[in-house]
Design a protein around this ligand. Structure first.
Ligand code: ADP
Length: 447
């Protein structure tokens, strides 16, 4: 096992990783920008190294500074968290070339899944079902037209290098295709420096259901069931549940088998998430994330597993030590992402937290790096906390989340807590009747 790990991230996820390290008896090195000198992860780590100014590209994305920090402090492994360098294959490769362990999959697998066209063709060859669409990259607008006619409108033009919902454009009909084609390509070129695009049928009422996988370096692959992440705004998840309100244990087992078989054949290792759109009883693979996900805690609650601890054990070469039949699911978990944003306009609201009092009690978990007096910097993601609840049933989990959010005090900045309260009180949400399009309609209703 490692004796010291560098955490190449900030905020709640840096703290989450630090906690797992502490319980494993591993020393931690925090890295931070000048804007984060007072951050909780810096205060709690055994050692801290400033790696640059506020802008992410000069600090949290500064590979040379991070590697220098690891070398100076004698860290043996680097945990990238999510975002920043977590899905950067070159970073993973450089870390390993320096004799350190990257806590995650191989650079080859990160690269393969980071290109969505390669990801889809790889998964298709391994027997995973896809959304109907183009066979790889579209070479011309004419080809796009032909594929769109075949699968039927509406269609979605997507960037192979896409992420964070960017480089994605819908064409409702043939007359909108040319514009979607050129806008998606321009956006992809600007955002990712790669304008290769592909086409998918735009599903009208899907749910976003994803599967959590762990694989060790000894050929053992297991899944920890699904998360329903259909509540999204601009393709950004806001509230997640485990399990999905619409999936039976049999359906979970079936898709779980398909996914674990595929990853075993690939020789995948460490944590990964297969994302699917689920409509009319069918799963359609859309992409794979080769890292820890923001919403991993809901899985941890229903499966009673510490996924970060498992990632570290796997990276250290340990065997999982359990099989699929040892994994069981208990109760229901919900996560609300608390963003420092205006709950109506979604404008970011950085600033100083005048009072901070997190909720507690049975079945309530808060993953956050906030404290009273903390200044939320304007440079990074607006997510400042995750409230996670676990209860025997979904109805009880909803009641518990309501109660937890009522207790949650964050003064001095605006947050989306009022929006979460409204969602939780909505009869459709309570019945579990929502698709990926539900939240956008919900937020545009007067209240
Ligand atoms: P990104 O990597 O940018 O997040 P994804 O491929 O994961 O892109 O898609 C993000 C979200 O966009 C999905 O969760 C879903 O809400 C929506 N989406 C993607 N593909 C489709 C599709 N074919 N039909 C309808 N919605 C889609």
């Amino acid at each position: 096992m490692f004796s010291k790990i560098l955490i190449a991230n900030r905020g709640e996820i840096a703290l989450r990783i630090l906690r797992a390290c502490r319980e494993l008896g591993i020393k931690t090195v925090a890295v931070h920008s000048t804007a984060d000198a007072d951050a909780m992860h810096v205060r709690l780590a055994d050692e801290a190294v400033c790696i640059g100014p506020a802008a992410s590209r000069d600090s949290y994305l500064n590979v040379a500074a991070i590697l220098a920090a690891a070398t100076i402090t004698g860290a043996e492994a680097i945990h990238p968290g999510y975002g920043f360098l977590s899905e950067n294959a070159d970073f993973a490769e450089t870390v390993e070339a320096h004799g350190l362990t990257f806590i995650g999959p191989t650079a080859d697998h990160i690269r393969m899944m980071g290109d969505k066209i390669t990801a889809k063709t790889t998964m298709e060859a391994l027997g995973v079902p896809l959304v109907p669409g183009s066979d790889g990259e579209l070479k011309s607008l004419e080809e796009a037209r032909a594929v769109a006619e075949k699968v039927g409108y509406p269609v979605l033009i997507k960037a192979t290098a896409g992420g964070g919902g960017r480089g994605m454009k819908v064409a409702q009909s043939a007359s909108e295709l040319e514009e979607a084609w050129s806008v998606a390509r321009t956006e992809a070129r600007t955002a990712f420096g790669n304008d290769a695009v592909y086409l998918e049928k735009y599903l009208d009422k899907p749910r976003h259901i994803e599967l959590q996988i762990l694989a060790d370096n000894h050929g053992n692959v297991v899944h920890f069931g699904e998360r329903d992440c259909s509540l999204q705004r601009r393709h950004q998840k806001l509230l997640e549940e485990a399990g999905s309100p619409v999936l039976s244990a049999e359906q979970r087992d079936a898709i779980g088998r398909t996914a674990t078989d595929a990853l075993a054949k690939m020789g995948y290792r460490n944590a990964g998430t297969l994302e699917f759109l689920y409509q009319d009883g069918q799963f359609c693979f859309i992409e794979m994330n080769t890292r820890l996900q923001v919403e991993h805690p809901v899985t941890e609650m229903v499966c009673d597993v510490d996924l970060v601890r498992e990632q570290i054990r796997i990276a250290a070469g340990e065997e999982l030590g359990y099989t699929q039949s040892d994994i069981s699911f208990s109760g229901h978990a919900i996560e609300c992402r608390i963003n420092a944003e205006d709950p109506d306009t979604f404008a970011p609201c950085p600033g100083t937290v005048a009072v901070y009092h997190p909720p507690g009690g049975l079945g309530v978990r808060v993953d956050s790096a906030l404290y009273t007096g903390y200044r939320v910097p304007p440079y990074y993601d607006s997510m400042i906390a995750k409230v996670i609840v676990h209860a025997p049933t979904r109805a009880q989990a909803i009641a518990r989340m309501h109660r937890a959010l009522d207790e949650f005090v964050v003064e001095g900045i605006k947050t989306v807590i009022p929006l979460h309260r409204r969602i939780l009180a909505d009869p459709e949400f309570q019945k579990g009747e929502y698709t990926i399009h539900w939240l956008e309609q919900f937020t545009s209703r007067p209240h």
